[in-house]
Structure formats: C-alpha cells, structure tokens
Ligand binder design. Structure first.
Ligand SMILES: OC[C@H]1O[C@H](O[C@H]2O[C@H](CO)[C@@H](O)[C@H](O)[C@H]2O)[C@H](O)[C@@H](O)[C@@H]1O
Length: 660
C-alpha cells in the first residue's frame, strides 16, 4: 500500500463476486485488510442480515461477529446460496439465513480476551471524604478489571476474519455493546487509569492510538474496520500530555510527535480531504477551520437498519448518499446524534453535519497545536515548536473572529452553505469524475480529487444578519441585531478556489444561536487568556445558559429525543468544562468548577446506589437518574464515566456536603 497521506482514490473491485460492486475510497491510507473489510461491509449479505432483524436487539451484533471459515468461503457460499434460491442480492428466508450464519460465524466476543489487572488501591481513595464516597470510589476503581481486554491471537493471525483491529497492547473498553476501543472515550479512561495508578495500562492505550495513526494516518472512531472511515474528537495529544505528566519520558514525546503531526494534517491541512475549510471574516481575511466529514456514503454497517429507515423518506439516491455521509460525519463528532446537526432541530433526515464548523472541534485542534508546540520545545526542537505555536495562534484568531459569540459568552458553531460549495460536497461526489479502475482486488490511483476552480455565488444569511431571541429551528441565529430579509440576501455566499485545490473559500457564514455545552469546550482548550474579558464573559455565559442543572451540565437546551441533547448529561462534557473553569483565572469560575464537579459526583453516586452500575449518560435534571434517547438502549460499564468520576474525586476529595 501507498504510505503517504496524499489525495488518493482507492478502488476496490471483487470481480469474481456479484455481491460486491466496485467501491471507491478516497483519502488516507487504509490497510489492505480494512479495505477488504470495508468492501465486505457493503455486501448483500450484510444488507440481508441487517434488514431481516435476525439480531433484533442491536444492529451492531452482526458486524461484531467473527468469521469461522474465511471471508472468501463465506462470500462464495453466500453467492451460490442466493443464486440457488433465486433471490440474488435479496433477503433469504430467516431459516436459511440462520443456518448460514451458524455455519460461518461465531457470536461477538471471540476477538477479545479478558485479562487480569494488577490489583492496587491508589492513595487518593483513602483521602476521600465522606467514607461512603470513598467506598464508592473503590467500587468504581475495581471496574477497570471488568473492562480490561486484549485482542485474541486469532485477530493477529487471521485479521480478515474479524472487524476488530489488531491492537498491540491491552486496553479498557467502554463496556456493554461497546466492546472495542473508542477514540475520545479513551482519553477519560486514561485519566481514570492514571488516577488509579494503572500507569502502564494508560501508556499502553496511548501506544495503541499512536499505532493506529501509523496504520491509518488518523485515529479511527473505534478499533473496528467499520469505524476507520472516520475519526472522533481529537484528544490524542491530551492523552500524551496526561501520560507525560504521570511519567515524564521524553521518549514518549519523541514517539508521539510525528504521529500527532500526521493527525494534525488529517484534520487541518486539507491534503487528506474534506475536513479543512477556508472561511473569510468581515474584513475579508481568510481563516482555516475544520469540520467533521467522514469518508463514507453508505448506511453505517453497525446501524444499517436505522440509517435505511431514516433515508426512506428521501427520494433520490444522491439525497440518500448525502444523508449517509452526514450521519457518519455526526458519528465522527462523538455527538451522535444531536439537534446540533439537524436543520430543524429534531428530524434526522434534515442532518447537515458537514455544513457546520464546530466550536469544540476547532478548540480541540487548537489544544493539539499548542501541545505539539510544547512537546517539541520539551525535546529541543525549537523550529517545530515555533511552527505549531503559529498554527495554534492562527486557529485561536480564527475562532475569535468567527466563532466568539459576545452575546452568549461562548464560542458558537458556524453554519456554512454546503449546497453551494462544491468542495464541501460528500467524498464520493467530489471523486465522481475519477475513473474507476478494474482490478482483481485492491488498486490505488493518486492525485485525482479536488481540481476545481468554480466561482459560484449563492445567498445565505451572514454573521451580522440575525433576529431577536435564540430559538431552536431552522438556522436560529445568535445575536439581537436587526435583520431584514434584504440584508440577509445581499450578504451572500461566494465560493472560489482556495489556496489549496481541496479547500473551498466560504465568505458567507452564520453564527449558530443554539445553546450546547460544546460552546464552552474552547475554555478548556486555552482559547482565551486566563483572567481575560472573554474568560469572564464565558463564565457569565455558562451561568446564564440554562445548562447548569442539579445533576450536572446538560448537553443542550433541547429535548429532541436524541442522546446528545436535553436532559442528558455526559461525563466528558462535565470534565472539559469543569477543567476549563478551574484554569480560566476567574475567581467565580473556580468555585463554579468545584460546585459542578460535586453535582456530578453526587449524581453518579446516587445512580450507582440505585442500580449498582455506572452508566454511559445521566439525566441532568434529576440527580441519579439515568440518561436515555437515541438509537440504542442505555449502556452500562462505563469507561469514561468511571474515568471522570475518579478524576473528579482525585481533584476534589472533600465532598462533605454529599448528603446535604
Ligand atoms: O452504534 C452507534 C454509534 O455508537 C457510538 O457512539 C456512541 O458511543 C461511543 C462509545 O461510548 C461514544 O464515543 C459516542 O460519543 C457515542 O455517541 C459510535 O462512536 C458511533 O460511531 C456509532 O455510530
């Protein structure tokens, strides 16, 4: 396989099989096995199994099963079975399907081995006050053992029989249906492991992530082949920073730096396609920002039936492809799903993820650049450090000019008009003109995308073009300045070729007025100076946002029925915002951080006492109540909740008001 991260088109064609059509994958390097797997994940077998509801409780069940025989055998027999029964490319009756699956597949789980973790009780647990909380912390600490795994030898020897990626080191999984490593979950799991004195496991998890960057030029959403088409919120540099703080090894920084730079290029340089966008500010100055943009335009294999159902209301194939692309891109955001990505705020078929420049993503990229700069300094590479210092400053300036929402005291998401911007199109669309190669298995074709020179104009409301109060609905704007229809129309969108052939220049944009916890993530990412006017305004904005509830920081103000919305509260958001408040240099911010951490600890404690479990999400309005909504049933375990709880108790061991 080609190793450079250059614009590339990979064409897969399984010529001997009717069940596999030629598929194109643009960008990045995929491993050969993952390419075969990606093609396999688009066969009529997958479609038949998922549509038949043979595993009714969860669409993820089938894609996590392991092949008993070989992929070749499975596909050849599938082809002849469907041919014999004269239902080529269509569903078999459930009896035949059952028999077929039993012959060729193991239930999920064969790709993992449960390991023994070295027992230890970290010192901070003894210091926790009151005693009941210290006992609770010990129970949660013991859950690492329950979630500790490594991949089985079969994954290393026969990777083509597994969707599981062959990770070299042991790891902690989130739990329940999430039987693999998840990118952003791993950061909070790592923090919890470090608090728990499991430093070697934390380092191993970080090493796994660096290996994934070697293989894919990015960290996939999760360690499964069906997740490699996208990433998740970039927290690898934060994992490295946390491990470096725990065990100051310069070797870790030496190993990490080239991989972090590769990851940076994936998100920000535009060479890997789709994610980087140029947006101009009111003075015409161009800024580079990033968005979520998956390399996938099919139903997600792990949620196949769900995606087909959402698409059923759409007529054209193009509209369906665009929908699938936006669903996968929302999964890349980690916020799958949320009113945040939905044009009307509640209907999944109105999803428009790739039209949005997210405040949290760009904040995290700023944090990544700042980390790279400081790691480079630490190992004596002044030039690299300077280069990334400049990148961090540029991104900060872009966010300040384009995303800072003075009215709400936060960084808001930006809306672009993707319909009128060719380079913002879905990946297969952008690659449409490329020639499909016929090949026995896998072939590569380089340098075919993004050669565009359009100068189109269309109209979208501009940043200063707004109406009164924030509301959820179509393009609800953010500030209270007057807006007339004419003013909106004249401040139009102009798209031209950007400095790099793959980047679009968008001169029209609109600040989202919707209120999400993600709007305060940049506070944690160092996007304003401690003690500055912005920091003060952000603290005020958060207090007045309506998000601060008795059970923690609510994800949004909108009860959309999606899991990344009200009334749910998620551990990662609590952690980033609490730490942002702690470091923002505003006295009231620090007190608020302590108060919010206490609310979260109490909610987790009550939830554990009611259910004997740690949960993936909670209900912010009712402390101790479990969260819900979304496309799968609420999960227990749970990696990041355990990590944040232990980290909060390490930071704030005195919780004497627990029973108040
Ligand atoms: O199967 C549906 C989706 O499930 C995952 O998303 C959710 O769980 C992840 C693991 O805890 C978490 O990282 C993510 O924020 C959750 O929304 C998965 O990441 C998605 O890609 C997948 O489509």
């Amino acid at each position: 396989m080609h190793v450079d991260c250059t614009p590339e088109l990979v064409v897969i064609e399984f010529s001997s099989s009717e069940t596999m059509s030629g598929r194109k994958f643009r960008k990045h390097r995929y491993t050969k096995i993952s390419l075969h797997q990606m093609a396999w994940l688009q066969t009529s077998l997958l479609q038949s199994v998922q549509v038949s509801r043979i595993y009714p409780s969860d669409s993820k069940h089938f894609v996590d099963m392991c092949i008993k025989t070989s992929m070749k055998e499975v596909l050849e027999e599938w082809q002849s079975t469907t041919a014999q029964t004269n239902v080529s490319n269509a569903a078999l009756d459930s009896q035949h399907l059952h028999a077929f699956l039993l012959k060729h597949f193991h239930d999920p789980g064969r790709d993992l081995v449960t390991l023994e973790l070295q027992p230890r009780v970290p010192d901070f647990i003894d210091v926790i006050n009151p005693r009941s909380l210290s006992e609770f912390a010990l129970e949660v600490h013991k859950l690492w053992q329950v979630l500790y795994r490594e991949v089985s030898t079969s994954v290393h020897h026969h990777p083509q029989n597994h969707t599981m990626l062959p990770l070299p080191r042991p790891f902690v999984i989130p739990g329940d249906r999430f039987r693999e490593v998840y990118y952003w979950d791993s950061y909070w799991i790592t923090l919890g492991l470090l608090a728990s004195d499991h430093t070697d496991v934390a380092l191993g998890m970080t090493h796994n992530m660096l290996t994934l960057v070697d293989l894919f030029d990015h960290v996939p959403n999760g360690s499964r082949t069906y997740y490699v088409n996208r990433s998740q919120p970039p927290l690898l540099s934060s994992m490295v920073a946390a491990c470096y703080q725990a065990r100051a090894s310069k070797q870790l920084l030496e190993d990490a730096l080239p991989r972090l730079i590769k990851e940076w290029e994936y998100w920000c340089e535009g060479t890997c396609g789709g994610k980087a966008v140029i947006v101009t500010d009111d003075s015409g100055k161009q800024h580079r920002l990033s968005r979520y943009c998956a390399d996938w335009e099919e139903p997600r294999p792990e949620s196949y039936r769900e995606d087909l159902e959402i698409a059923s209301s759409l007529q054209s194939e193009e509209a369906k492809r665009k929908l699938y692309h936006n669903l996968a891109s929302a999964a890349e955001s980690g916020w799958d799903f949320s009113s945040r990505w939905l044009k009307d705020g509640h209907t999944l078929s109105t999803i428009r993820t790739t039209q949005i420049i997210p405040a949290d993503l760009n904040g995290l990229l700023h944090r990544t650049a700042a980390h790279i700069s400081s790691f480079a300094l630490e190992i004596g590479d002044q030039a690299l450090s300077n280069a990334f210092k400049i990148k961090a400053e540029e991104l900060n300036e872009a966010m300040k000019q384009l995303m800072w929402n003075n009215e709400q005291g936060c960084w808001s998401d930006l809306l672009l008009d993707a319909d009128h911007c060719p380079a913002l199109a879905a990946p297969q669309e952008a690659a449409k003109s490329a020639e499909t190669l016929s090949a026995a298995h896998v072939t590569e074709l380089s340098g075919t995308v993004g050669q565009r020179s359009h100068a189109t104009s269309a109209t979208v409301p501009a940043a200063d073009c707004t109406v009164a109060s924030p509301r959820l609905g179509e393009d609800s704007p953010s500030t209270t300045s007057q807006c007339t229809t004419d003013a909106c129309v004249t401040a139009g969108l102009i798209i031209t070729t950007g400095p790099s052939p793959t980047l679009a220049v968008c001169t029209g944009r609109q600040l989202s007025g919707r209120v999400y916890a993600s709007n305060w993530v940049p506070l944690w990412c160092g996007c304003c100076q401690p003690g500055s006017a912005e920091a003060e305004s952000a603290v005020r904005g958060l207090v007045g946002s309506g998000l601060l509830q008795p059970g923690g920081i609510m994800t949004s103000l909108y009860d959309s029925g999606q899991q990344w919305d009200a009334p749910n509260a998620w551990a990662p958001l609590q952690h980033m915002i609490v730490c942002g408040l702690r470091q923002c240099g505003v006295p009231h911010g620090e007190a608020l951080a302590a108060e919010l951490a206490s609310r979260w600890i109490k909610a987790n404690y009550l939830g554990f006492h009611a259910t004997s479990q740690m949960h993936e999400k909670y209900n912010a309005r009712a402390p101790g109540k479990i969260g819900g909504g979304g496309e799968y049933s609420p999960q227990v375990g749970f990696g990041w909740s355990n990590g944040v709880l232990l980290e909060f108790l390490r930071m704030y061991p005195d919780q004497n008001t627990l029973n108040a």
